[in-house]
Design a binder for this molecule. Structure first.
Ligand code: PMP
Length: 369
């Protein structure tokens, strides 16, 4: 067994794909902590207050047993209002939430039409789902329309579930949500929107890019702009009820820490009360766009700016050279991105200053020469 594993790892190493966990070091151009909340004193103070009030560290069980804590329910009540939905549910991770959504909501006889670039966690859920699934060309609303028409023409009768991200995690581009909503209405389908990278970054309160409604289910991870951990699913009440009763990753898993639920609740308050964080981030994104696009970074007004170098070796060497110059920048290789699309994933957060962005411009000049 061990020999098998060794041989497997040796094969990965030979293909230059053996990954190791790298320490945090250098200027943060790598995290998803877009608003710099992970280290926020306001979040830490909220958790310290909860500790002082006796809110427990551990939940002690799954939500359906003893683990359901008033902190989870208080968070969900506020999230429901915040996202303008009918109901919401807190999961221990976005990964678990996406798996539950995709595996649980679409039924046998249904069809999932997903964007070609949706996150691995959605794919994981689709593998478990009894519904059929088909990929539509990235961000092409007509491709979704065509796939639904073709399925209906072939006799498909069940519910159709469109599944997309609002802001793509590795490409930094945004979905044509208004057009997709029109497709959903035209064909009477559901629309699942993974707002992992848009939550906190877009929307007047930081609620993301989509608009709640009876056919919309949104996923908001709490470990990115919210600086915490876990994920909130918002949508129709029946969706919440279904996930509570059928979502295996929800039912058979220990409920998230009640302290973290308090932290996430405070993060929602911060998103609403401190819009200046969002405007500061967008100023920084604009500066980064001006400075980094000339090096080939795809700058589309979002905090994620991929610089596609194609070749795995070149990408990893460029990442190392930038790290040696004090920038925390990571190379992203297949299978996280398609083969031939290796890239530096530059992310802009409030953890970097304007001067750091200018310094990165200079460093890229040298490293990519
Ligand atoms: N969806 C997207 C688009 C993501 O980028 C991620 C995290 N990388 C997830 C879901 C999973 O969320 P979490 O990290 O909370 O498990």
């Amino acid at each position: 067994m061990l020999d098998f594993h060794r041989a497997d790892l040796a094969r990965l190493a030979a293909r230059d794909r053996l990954r190791v966990l790298a320490p945090m070091a250098g200027k943060d151009f790598a995290s998803n902590d877009y608003l710099g909340l992970a280290n926020s004193p306001r979040l830490a103070a909220a958790i310290a207050r909860a500790v002082a009030e006796g809110v427990p560290v551990g939940s002690g069980g799954s939500r359906l047993l003893r683990g359901n804590h008033p902190e989870h329910e208080a968070l969900e009540a506020e999230a429901t209002t915040f996202f303008g939905a009918e109901a919401s549910l807190y999961f221990s991770s976005g990964y678990a939430a996406n798996v539950a959504i995709m595996a649980t909501l679409p039924q046998r006889g249904d069809l999932i039409v997903h964007d070609a670039l949706v996150h691995a966690s959605m794919h994981e859920g689709m593998k478990l789902s009894r519904a059929g699934s088909v990929a539509a060309a990235h961000n092409d609303a007509n491709a979704f329309d065509d796939a639904i028409r073709a399925w209906r023409a072939g006799g498909g009768k069940g519910t159709v579930w469109i599944a997309v991200e609002s802001l793509y995690s590795m490409d930094g581009d945004t979905a044509p949500l208004a057009e997709l909503m029109a497709v959903a209405e035209r064909h009477d389908t559901m629309l699942i929107v993974d707002e992992a990278h848009a939550t906190g970054v877009f929307g007047d309160r930081g609620q993301g890019l989509s608009i709640a409604g009876e056919r919309v289910v949104t996923l908001h991870t709490c470990g990115k702009a919210m600086g915490c951990e876990g994920a909130l699913v918002a949508g129709p009440r029946i969706v919440r009820d279904y996930l509570v009763n059928r979502g295996r990753g929800f039912i058979f898993s220990t409920a998230p820490s009640p302290l973290m639920a308090r932290g996430v609740r405070e993060a929602l308050h911060i998103l609403a009360d401190e819009p200046e964080r969002r405007s500061a981030l967008h100023d920084r994104i604009a500066l980064a766009g001006e400075r980094l696009a000339k090096h080939g970074a795809l700058a589309g007004g979002t905090p994620i700016m991929p610089l596609i170098l194609h070749d795995n070796g070149r990408t990893m060497r460029a990442a190392q050279a930038l790290q040696a110059r004090g920038f925390d920048i990571r190379g992203i290789r297949p299978p996280t991105v398609p083969v031939g699309a290796a890239r530096l994933r530059l992310s802009i957060t409030l953890n970097v200053e304007a001067a750091d962005i200018r310094a990165l411009d200079d460093a890229l000049q040298e490293v990519l020469a």
